[in-house]
Design a protein around this ligand. Structure first.
Ligand code: FES
Length: 671
């Protein structure tokens, strides 16, 4: 009996090693050692996913002198692949390269099934690629009169023999296409398999295109990332205003629309799905792909958006006890929610946490992973309803606080959405009290040369949420606002920027005849109410967790990401914390959706986490009202804000001049 010579192969970066008979393919050697090498074509030299690199040199550690002679020369199939699709200088197809001597072989990240991608979170997390959809190219045995096995059964047999996949099921729509695909592909087809369990799509011949979308459906905007499912690359990003806005600015008005208009939920569902499809078309066009290649989608959103995309009437979410139809994760066919992507693709919905803590918060947790840290993290998703998460690897709590739409520029006299022309940054001279500002669309400050020219097109149209936060904080620092949030009328006699209005005073940021920009006392009140609700919610969660300080704070959400943490703290929106540990982190819900898209286990992790999160109902907590009242002051009536005081000189409590019922001005002492 011939005894084959054995050679040592060491794979990097895994360090896995083993001896194999001469002539073993590198792919087979790697597979038997459990090395992570990708393949769609199953070793036929078609997909190019199995590329490896010979590392030449002497490796004393392994006792290997690794040279070209340790590998077979280019085989026919490899040459064909190189001619057709190109192969970098030092790359080989591991399925076609045979072992002839001792070698060290590098498996580049692009050839690893579970390569890691870095996603932009506060800690720039590394996510292991493990999408729910996998493609497999197979050769299927032709039917035979004497063996009446069905076509699907022979496909299942091929998948078992060629890929080790057992007990697969098949979607009916795929089954309907199967026979044609087999014959068109001359008994070679590619199948897409969802979670190694179910065949969801089939193509004749070889097919290696698979994309997914991560969708964050907010009440104001919808954001979508198109990702390549195997590299994790974001190939296109787009967003648009939620088309439901014409039926109500905020969530509650949309629920009212449904309650007052029979069939209103159908109209809202139709509107949001149309918006999503518009984005699918936009990202597909940007990446120059067919929407049919989108095989997986992950959706996150607040509970009302979550229900409306699914076509579920959200009426129950409009009032106590805010009952969700379901708080489980869900996988559907894309066709069930009318997506224009591949109808047989899967759409996954991350679970909601509670009646007003949605799947967007679940996604934020997935993205920022407070449950994996010892440090106590407070995550604040600022929007019409602030969603709060607090905790660490021991306990995690969540709540929502009714902040109202003031932070988004609504209820503010000169407020507006964040758009070109909106004031977003404000500085006030403490002596002259004159404001200077920046508007969205220009990097220049209003007192810099060229500002008028740079903003000619948009003009200065109003103040957006982050602008109003800075305006109020700067007004407070400049002595225009007292600790209890009163615009000090005593300055009106000497300062042209403080003007009387009815019974109170206003601060003039821009004295422009056509469109003067002013901050009124009612604006200050609206923001005070919103920020007090936010702070009180955070304080309640801290009480429940038994801590009187947090180690870090993350601000997220479309608005939260644009707030300067320092100003949020001066205003007392968030508890005191070392400012180095307070960060605006961008749209973490979108990042969480992307993580769930790229790693199927993250979905299971999220579903488990949601069960563990302790839900706190702020509205029924007796201490909420007390915390709320104390938090109305700037930055707070009783909390010390020691960290903030180290870097900002906070004004002493002061008196303000107000106008009394008879129209006379009088002094009022700050409480
Ligand atoms: S496994 Fe597809 S080319 Fe090697």
């Amino acid at each position: 009996m011939e005894i084959l010579e054995k050679h040592l192969v060491v794979f990097t970066p895994s360090g896995k090693r083993g001896h194999f008979p001469a002539g073993t393919s590198l792919l087979d050697a790697g597979r038997s050692l459990g090395v992570d090498i990708d393949s769609v074509c199953g070793g036929r030299g078609i997909c190019g996913r199995c590329q490896v690199r010979l590392v030449e040199g002497e490796f004393a550690k392994h006792g290997v002198k690794s040279t070209k002679s340790g590998l077979s020369t280019f085989a026919k199939g490899e040459v064909k692949y190189r001619e057709r699709r190109g192969l970098a200088e030092n790359r080989r197809l591991s399925c076609h390269t045979k072992l002839l001597g001792d070698v060290v072989i590098d498996v580049p990240a692009s050839s690893q099934v579970h390569s890691q991608v870095v996603v932009k979170t506060a800690d720039n997390r590394k996510i292991e690629m493990d999408p729910a959809i996998r493609l497999h190219f197979i050769t299927v045995q032709e039917p035979d009169m004497h063996n009446p096995t069905g076509d699907f059964e022979r496909v299942a047999q091929a998948l078992e023999q060629q890929w080790g996949l057992l007990e697969l099921e098949c979607d009916l729509r795929t089954l309907q296409k199967l026979q044609k695909a087999l014959r068109l592909g001359k008994w070679e087809i590619t199948v897409a398999i969802h979670r190694d369990l179910r065949i969801t799509a089939v193509w004749p011949g070889f097919h290696d295109k698979a994309y997914g979308i991560a969708v964050d459906v907010g009440s104001t905007t919808i954001a979508m990332h198109l990702c390549e499912l195997f590299s994790g690359d974001v190939v296109a990003t787009s967003g648009l205003m939620n088309p439901q806005i014409r039926y109500g600015e905020d969530l509650m008005s949309r629920v009212s629309y449904v309650m007052m208009n029979p069939g209103g939920e159908v109209v809202l569902t139709d509107a949001v799905r149309k918006g999503i499809n518009k984005l699918i078309k936009a990202v597909s066009d940007m990446a120059n792909i067919d929407p049919d290649h989108i095989l997986n989608a992950v959706f996150v959103g607040n509970p009302i958006m979550h229900h409306l995309i699914l076509g579920i009437d959200p009426t129950e979410l409009g009032g106590a006890p805010f009952a969700l139809t379901t708080n489980s994760g869900m996988t559907l066919w894309a066709s069930e929610i009318d997506l224009i992507s591949n109808p047989d693709g899967r759409a996954y919905f991350l679970p909601c946490i509670a009646g007003h803590v949605g799947a967007d918060t679940t996604a934020v947790i997935l993205s920022e992973a407070p449950h994996l840290q010892e440090r106590i993290t407070l995550i604040v998703d600022v929007g019409t309803n602030a969603e709060l998460v607090l905790g660490n690897n021991e306990r995690l709590l969540a709540a929502s606080s009714p902040t109202g739409p003031a932070f988004e520029g609504a209820q503010i006299a000169c407020g507006q959405r964040a758009a070109p022309g909106a004031i977003e940054r404000v500085r006030i001279d403490p002596i002259t009290k004159k404001a200077r500002f920046q508007v969205i669309g220009s990097a220049l400050w209003s007192d810099e040369e060229g500002f008028s020219e740079a903003t000619k097109k948009s003009g200065v149209t109003g103040i957006c949420g982050s602008g109003i936060i800075e305006a109020l904080a700067e007004m407070y620092l400049a002595g225009i606002l007292t600790t209890d949030g009163v615009i000090d009328g005593s300055l009106a006699d000497t300062c042209p920027y403080i003007i009387p209005t009815d019974r109170t005073f206003a601060y003039v940021m821009l004295d422009n005849e056509e469109n003067p920009i002013r901050v009124y006392q009612t604006d200050v009140r609206a923001i005070q109410l919103a920020k007090a609700a936010l702070y009180a919610g955070a304080k309640l969660l801290m009480d429940r967790l038994g801590v009187d300080a947090v180690d870090r704070i993350l601000l997220t959400g479309a608005f939260g990401s644009h707030i300067d943490p320092k100003y949020a703290m001066i205003l007392g929106m968030i508890p005191d914390c070392d400012l180095d540990d307070v960060n605006a982190i961008g749209n973490a819900a979108s990042t969480g959706a992307r993580i769930a898209l790229l790693n199927k286990n993250a979905r299971d992790e999220a579903e488990e986490l949601v069960k563990r999160v302790e839900k706190v109902e702020t509205a029924v907590e007796p201490t909420f009202q007390q915390y709320f009242i104390e938090a109305m002051a700037l930055p707070h009536k009783t909390a010390d804000f020691e960290n903030l005081k180290k870097i900002v000189d906070l004004p002493k409590p002061s008196t303000a001049t107000i106008v009394d019922g008879s129209g006379r001005r009088r002094r009022r002492r700050a409480k």
